[in-house]
Design a protein around this ligand. Structure first.
Ligand SMILES: Cc1ncc(C[n+]2csc(CCOP(=O)(O)OP(=O)(O)O)c2C)c(N)n1
Ligand SMILES: [Mg+2]
Length: 348
């Protein structure tokens, strides 16, 4: 018996597989780069969570002229960033703090934005992106634009004050935005049970008067369908909605976290719910793709990551003096507490 494609044709079904493989390959390439000493700062994996980011982003209007929907991704939603047009090479440049990176080496990993393509990277204090996205999407509503926003955040982030305030504001103002709860059951070493009393984050929706739905975050088609339905409601004026992605963080918070507080047997069990493997099997079982087509996608995504990473490695680090440009201070005027030498390195 054949599965539902939710109206997607063969090309689109292959696109989804491509995006999943690209995310996986990009992060695996990062691990190699880190072992070779090229990565500056932490390295975050979305292993087991790729389908949540990919399925959701694929359900939205992605443009590159500033007229599409707006994404706020997280470190674990790199797949959404790529689908919104974030360049692979920029991803590697950011992780390597290259002078050619979108932030010129000032910020790390996925923390960058592009208003034309429609993505704005997260700011570090957890929960605050809800408020930022509420502001952006309120402007869409006030200007009568057909755009909506989607904001990803973790289960841990939803216990911050900023999250509650931002969500309440968004709900009251009927901001056209979708909140994507990445419920991967951990916030660093804190299990979700120590973070909230509810068993599903959707239970929080009614408290704010918004609709919420929970979905298996390892099933790319189920996520696509849930977000497409949520987007239609939000776009038609219903206001803010929440979609919870249920899955499991199969790596530590970052590469430096050995995850020794998680039972290894639980991690092994979760490997059976690998979103890439599951979708691959489904494509084959339903005759939506041939083995050759899938292998071609796997080779191509591996290769584009290899080439982009090699190119980024060859690029320069920022010039030291670049650190004092575009900053909000007048360095030529010595502050009273700097006593002797001028803090302006150009005058040294
Ligand atoms: C307000 C605030 N508190 C603490 C941190 C440090 N911090 C960064 S990520 C993280 C864990 C986040 O967990 P979760 O929101 O579940 O996302 P996940 O890492 O599981 O994707 C913490 C505590 C922060 N960035 N901001
Ligand atoms: Mg989490």
């Amino acid at each position: 018996m054949s599965d539902s494609t939710y109206g997607l044709g063969r090309t689109e079904l292959h696109d989804l597989y491509h995006a999943l493989c690209l995310t996986r390959a990009a992060e695996e390439r990062l691990e190699l780069l880190q072992k070779q000493g090229h990565v500056t700062g932490g390295l975050y994996r979305s292993l087991g969570q790729e389908a949540g980011a990919v399925g959701a982003a694929y359900a939205l209007r992605r443009r590159n002229d500033g007229s599409g929907d707006m994404l706020c991704h997280t470190i674990r939603a790199a797949g959404a960033l790529f689908l919104f047009g974030g360049e692979l090479i920029d991803f590697f440049r950011q992780y390597m703090a290259k002078g050619t990176s979108p932030t010129r080496g000032r910020e790390a990993n996925v923390h960058w934005f592009d208003f034309e393509k429609g993505f704005v990277g997260p700011v570090s204090p957890l929960g605050t992106m809800i408020e930022i996205m509420a502001g952006m999407t309120l402007s869409f509503r006030l200007k009568d634009e057909e755009r909506i926003g989607i904001v990803f955040y973790g289960d841990g982030a939803s216990s911050t004050g900023a999250w509650h305030e931002g969500l309440n504001f968004a709900a009251v103002q009927r901001c056209p935005m979708i909140l994507m709860v990445e419920n991967n059951q951990w916030a660093f070493s804190t299990p979700t049970s120590k973070n909230t009393r509810v068993s599903s984050f959707t239970d929080k929706g009614p408290g704010y008067g918004i609709g919420a739905e929970s979905v298996d975050g390892t099933d790319v088609l189920a996520v696509f369908d849930a977000v497409r339905r949520a987007a239609a409601l939000v776009r038609s004026g219903e206001g803010t909605r929440m979609v919870e992605l249920k899955y499991f963080r199969r790596k530590g918070h970052a590469q430096h976290d050995p995850q020794d507080y998680v039972d290894p047997e639980v991690i092994r069990m979760r490997e059976k719910k690998d979103p890439v493997d599951l979708y691959r099997a489904r494509l084959l079982d339903n005759d939506w793709a041939s083995e050759e087509e899938l292998v071609a996608i796997e080779h191509e995504t591996f290769e584009v990551c290899r080439v982009a990473a090699e190119a980024a490695i060859a690029e320069p680090y920022p010039d030291g003096l670049d650190a004092v440009t575009d900053v909000y201070t007048d360095l030529t005027t010595p502050h009273p507490w700097t006593r002797g030498d001028s803090p302006d390195p150009t005058l040294a």
